[in-house]
Design a protein. Structure first.
Length: 202
């Protein structure tokens, strides 16, 4: 292996896409390996913790867990704060996105009636509380830490994008509309030239 390799499912979403975006913004030439869901059972046991994404660097053991991967990319390429206090503030927000995924993802595997009830309950309680906490921690914008984009912003963007436009059944398309800083981070990432250039090529 001569260059970094990022392995994820064949979809432009979630933990894998935020790592792809980070590598792209960092200017890293990487192998973007996209696996088919049907191949996953044969690959799972070879990954460090049984999940994707996985980042492999030449000559090193495979790395896993999206936040750990993002922090490494961010530290090496100026996309994570050098100040240790501000870095942990960013990492706290990154964990907040993982908390959201941990609560919402199980509904993907539910039958229709159970899913509807679970998601309506999330829309009434957990999701507004999650958004309010995120909003409170975002500084003056447009990005989480101010004027500059960091890996945390990619993660926030991906989380908000998941719900935008009513893509998640039984969750209103406007679920985050009352949180202007949160929506502002999503929009600032969407409009960032480096992010646009990734979607122009993919
Ligand atoms: N904490 C891990 C979670 C990894 C994870 O659960 N990834 C999902 C895809 S987003 C996955 O691999 N699902 C298949 C499985 O768990 O078998 C991370 O942040 O990367």
């Amino acid at each position: 292996m001569s260059k970094p390799k990022l392995t994820y499912f064949d979809a432009p979403v979630s933990r894998g896409e935020e790592c792809r975006l980070a590598l792209h913004l960092a200017g890293v030439d990487f192998d973007d390996v996209r696996i088919k869901s049907a191949d996953w059972p044969g690959i799972k046991a070879q990954t460090p913790y049984g999940g994707l994404p996985v980042l492999e660097l030449p000559g090193k053991a495979a790395l896993a867990h999206s936040n750990a991967i993002l922090v490494l990319i961010g530290r090496r390429h100026g996309l994570h704060p050098a100040d240790d206090f501000e870095a942990v503030r960013h990492e706290g927000m990154m964990q907040h996105v993982e908390d959201l995924r941990a609560v919402v993802s199980p509904t993907l595997r539910m039958g229709e009636a159970e899913k509807k009830a679970a998601r309506e309950a999330l829309a009434a309680g957990f999701l507004p509380a999650w958004a309010a906490a995120a909003e409170k921690n975002i500084t003056e914008g447009p990005f989480f830490g101010g004027a500059k984009i960091h890996v945390v912003d990619l993660k926030i963007h991906m989380a908000v994008r998941w719900f935008n436009g009513g893509k998640v059944d039984h969750i209103p398309a406007t679920i985050f509309a009352g949180y202007p800083r949160l929506v502002g981070v999503h929009d600032a990432v969407r409009d960032h030239p480096g992010v646009k250039s990734w979607y122009a090529k993919s």
